[in-house]
Design a protein around this ligand. Structure first.
Ligand code: MV4
Length: 513
């Protein structure tokens, strides 16, 4: 095992990796920008090194500097987390060339999966089902129309260097193809410096289901079942769960075998994820492979009962997986809400400022993977995801009520967050039935993001005023609180938006005591 690992990331994932290292008895080196000098990941690591000014282009993305810090501090390996340098083949190669271990797949596997056309080619050669379409980029509109007519409209134009939805265009008729191709190429050139675009049949109303895989350097590849990730907005996932209501044990076994075949074809090692579209008829299609640990990995950890980040580190150190043929069966239901510094009532506008007060939910079946604390300053330099709230319960229904309970317990004062949006989703009948596709969130935005009505706000103000009066009377007499009636009525009428009386009471009792 390594004696020291450099964690080349920030926020919640840096802390997550540091925790895994601590449990393995591995020392950690944090890196930080000037904006993160007082960040929790800096304090929790054994050592921390300043790597530059706030913009990530001058700090967390400067690969050579990170490698230099690893060499100077005596770290033997680098964990990239997600985002930043995690899927840059050149960085994985530079780490290896420096005599260090990249805790992730080989540079060649990152490269093979980085090009979406190459990944499709690889998948087809491994017998993995893909959406009908090309494996070569299209040369011109005439060629694209000829190809589209072989499987019919609508079609989807995708950037070969893409992923994450950039450079994608839905085309519903041949007459629209030339314009769509030109704009897709322009967007791909701007985003990736590569204007290659290919074409697929457009699958209407599917779910996004992904399979977690784990591979060691001894030729063992296992899958750890699926995650359902359909609740997303503009290609940003908001809620993930494991298992998926749409996946039977039989389908799980088939999709799992498919993901393992794709991983083997790519020479994959370490943790990775195969993304699939799952249509209404239960047909699934390989989309792409994410060659990193993902934000949503905890839901798999909770239902499968293992620590994926620890296994990433063990596998990178050369350990063989002790469960090479295990048929992992999900136990109970896990759900994750991404807590972001965005205002759902205002088009998910990023919100900045100081976290004046943070109260983190606890109790049975609740996990908080966060990178913030009271006093944290939230700016615009980095991703708006502050933390993940994850619950585990025996059934999906109980997981939803547990999530609702935990979301109500959560208080973040000082900035707007996605909390109220998540409460609305938990209360939505479609979500409760599991009747969700990748379009669901965007089709239901008004119901999920409308501000609380003014009538509710007035009631809330009245309740808050009554409570303040009540508290003042209690403080005056020194006696115990007597009225639980106001508490009960506050509970039943409370708004999902903004601070509630309980948030105010909790914060103020702390401040004034
Ligand atoms: C698709 C698709 C429908 N048909 N491909 C989005 C990002 C990239 N990973 C691929 N994506 C899609 N590819 C075909 N042929 C729909 C999407 C898609 C999507 C996929 C997964 C999760 C969310 C999504 C949101 C919009 C579109």
């Amino acid at each position: 095992m390594f004696s020291k690992v450099l964690v080349a990331n920030r926020g919640e994932i840096a802390l997550r990796v540091i925790r895994a290292c601590q449990e393995l008895g591995v020392k950690t080196v944090a890196v930080y920008s000037e904006a993160d000098a007082r960040a929790p990941h800096v304090r929790e690591a054994d050592e921390a090194v300043l790597i530059g000014p706030p913009p990530s282009s001058q700090s967390y993305l400067v690969g050579e500097r990170l490698i230099d810090v690893a060499l100077r501090t005596g770290a033997q390996a680098i964990h990239p987390g997600y985002g930043f340098l995690s899927e840059r083949a050149w960085f994985a190669r530079a780490v290896r060339d420096a005599g260090l271990v990249f805790i992730g797949p080989p540079a060649e596997a990152i490269e093979a999966m980085g090009s979406k056309t190459a990944a499709r080619q690889l998948a087809i050669s491994a017998g993995v089902p893909v959406v009908p379409g090309t494996t070569e980029s299209v040369r011109n509109a005439a060629e694209a129309i000829a190809i589209a007519e072989t499987f019919g409209f609508p079609v989807l134009l995708k950037a070969a260097a893409g992923g994450g939805g950039k450079g994608m265009r839905i085309v519903r008729a041949a007459s629209e193809l030339a314009d769509a191709l030109a704009s897709a190429k322009r967007e791909a050139q701007n985003a990736f410096g590569d204007d290659a675009v290919y074409i697929e049949k457009y699958i209407e109303g599917p779910r996004h289901v992904e399979i977690q895989v784990l591979a060691d350097t001894h030729g063992n590849v296992v899958h750890l079942g699926e995650r359902e990730c359909s609740v997303q907005r503009r290609h940003q996932k908001m809620i993930e769960e494991a298992p998926s209501v749409a996946v039977s044990p039989e389908l799980r076994a088939r999709m799992g075998a498919t993901a393992v075949a794709a991983a083997r074809a790519a020479g994959y090692v370490n943790a990775g994820t195969c993304e699939f579209l799952l249509d209404k008829d239960g047909q699934y299609y390989f989309l792409e492979m994410n060659t990193r640990i993902q934000v949503e990995h905890p839901v798999t950890e909770l239902v499968m009962g293992l620590d994926l980040v620890q296994w990433q580190i063990r596998v990178a150190a050369g350990e063989a997986l002790p469960f090479p043929h295990k048929d992992f069966v999900p136990r109970g239901w896990a759900m994750e809400c991404r807590i972001t510094s965005e205002d759902p009532t205002n088009g998910f506008l990023p919100s900045t400022g100081r976290i004046e007060y943070l109260h983190v939910p606890t109790g049975p079946g609740v996990r908080w993977d966060g990178g913030i604390e009271s006093g944290s300053d939230i700016g615009l330099h980095y991703d708006p995801m502050l933390a993940k709230l994850i619950v585990h319960a025996p059934t999906r229904e109980l997981a939803i009520s547990r999530m609702r309970r935990a979301l109500r317990e959560l208080t973040i004062d000082g900035i707007e967050t996605s909390r109220s949006f998540h409460l609305r989703v938990m209360d939505h009948p479609d979500f409760q039935r599991g009747d969700i596709t990748i379009q669901w969130l965007e089709q239901n935005l008004p119901a999920l993001t409308a501000p609380a009505t003014s009538r509710e706000s007035i009631r809330l103000a009245a309740i808050a005023a009554a409570l303040v009066a009540h508290e003042e009377r209690r403080a005056g007499s020194g006696g115990p609180a007597t009225s639980n009636a106001s508490i009960a009525s506050g509970e039943s009428s409370r708004s999902v938006h903004g601070p509630t009386w309980r948030d105010v009471a909790r914060r103020d009792s702390l401040r004034f005591s």
